[in-house]
Design a protein around this ligand. Structure first.
Ligand code: CAA
Ligand code: NAD
Length: 308
């Protein structure tokens, strides 16, 4: 394509080859995203440790991973039940779980953080890990909306810090946004790009701007759909039908908001509306706030805009 500068492309591919290889990584947070990232890592031959608060949450995460791996295996090995079983066992073998990251951090090449969308918590965890992990370990956040530079500021390894933003459901969605802050070294950035490819994702890179590429466009769209229903312009069901049949989207905005998690949508909107008060697209919504206050967080809790 005309946009691509062949010289810089060649220079980049050489430096990707030289970047440190990520073979072993830790995922912090075994919710929707963390479990998916761990699964894809294990499916692509990485040794993964998944960390969450307690055994019960980790058991749930393991069950979600096992169910998802079964779906992948069923597709990949349609006519070979033995091969499907072997695949499942080998994937699950690559994943360990723990309630603390300490042990895994002794040797990890990369930490991918996927805990709830809260700046204070993300900074607290990275500050702690910075004191434990060896110098080689790259730190990355899967945040949907928080500035990577602000999360990284809790650590002393700004050159080995970046954003690795996956999409839900991680085993299906092919994209990985790779974010660098001004201090991210070329070696770190190239290692993250190479890892993205090893995870069989298509990578795009973006500066550390609100929502990166996808969420900067997607979240205001989801929120405008909510506001449309709040104004009484149309029903949620009709908005969903319209966007699926009129725009070819696989899910309507209300189905998608429920799928992402309404708490995550609210964390994103609250963060943006307080950080960028002059940006009219980044406004919170009463309807969303009420659903979250009532514990209706979408598909993961059995009810959101819809009942499941
Ligand atoms: N694990 C493994 N495979 C899965 C899966 C999972 N969790 N979910 C779906 N699949 C695969 C399966 O192979 C499935 O086939 P089987 O039913 O035979 O197992 C196939 O996909 C089709 O799935 P479904 O029939 O269940 O449903 P579908 O065709 O409607 O597809 C979907 C489901 C992929 C989620 C599709 O509806 C879709 O693409 N939705 C939009 C998702 C989207 O936009 N995600 C981005 C959200 S924004 C974000 O993530 C960023 C952020 O920061 C908030
Ligand atoms: P989730 O609520 O499903 O999972 C969060 C997990 O973090 C929970 O299992 C929770 O127990 C765990 N956790 C909380 N505190 C912890 C701690 N101190 N140590 C270890 N684990 C802890 O959330 P999610 O949807 O997986 O989102 C996680 C991150 O990924 C957020 O930053 C979110 O913005 C981002 N993200 C979400 C989506 C999405 O569609 N849901 C997509 C891309 C990125």
């Amino acid at each position: 394509m005309a946009f691509v500068n062949q010289l810089s492309k060649r220079a980049l591919s050489t430096s990707v080859l030289r970047a440190a290889k990520i073979q072993e990584f830790v995922v912090i947070g075994g919710g929707l995203m963390g479990a998916g990232i761990a699964q894809v890592g294990a499916q692509t031959g990485h040794k993964v440790t998944l960390v969450d608060l307690n055994k019960e949450v980790l058991e749930k995460a393991n069950k979600r991973i096992a169910d998802s791996v079964s779906r992948v295996a069923k597709k990949q090995f349609k006519d070979d039940a033995d091969a499907a079983e072997k695949f499942k066992a080998s994937v699950m073998d690559n994943i360990s779980t723990d309630t603390t990251a300490n042990k895994a951090l002794e040797t990890a090449d990369l930490v991918v953080e996927a805990v709830v969308e809260n700046m204070g918590l993300k900074q607290k965890l990275f500050k702690e890990y910075d004191g434990i992990a060896p110098a080689k370990t790259i730190f990355a956040s899967n945040t949907s909306s928080l500035p990577i530079a602000e999360i990284a500021s809790a650590t002393t390894r700004l050159d080995r810090f970046g954003g690795l933003h996956f999409f839900n459901p991680v085993p299906v969605m092919k994209l990985l946004e790779v974010i660098r802050i001004p201090e991210t070294s070329d070696e770190t950035f190239n290692a993250m790009l190479a890892w993205g490819k090893a995870m069989k994702k298509v990578t795009v890179d973006c500066k550390d701007t609100p929502g990166f590429i996808v969420n900067r466009l997607l979240v205001p769209y989801l929120m405008e759909a909510v506001r449309m229903v709040e104004r009484g312009d149309a029903s949620a069901k009709d908005v969903d039908t319209a966007m699926k049949l009129g725009a070819g989207h696989p899910m309507g905005p209300f189905e998608l908001a429920d799928y992402v998690g309404l708490d995550t949508n609210k964390f994103i909107m609250d963060g943006w509306s307080s950080r960028y008060p002059d940006e009219t697209l980044f406004r919170a919504s009463e309807m969303l706030n009420k659903l979250v206050a009532d514990g209706k967080l979408g598909k993961k809790t059995g009810e959101g805009f819809y009942k499941y």
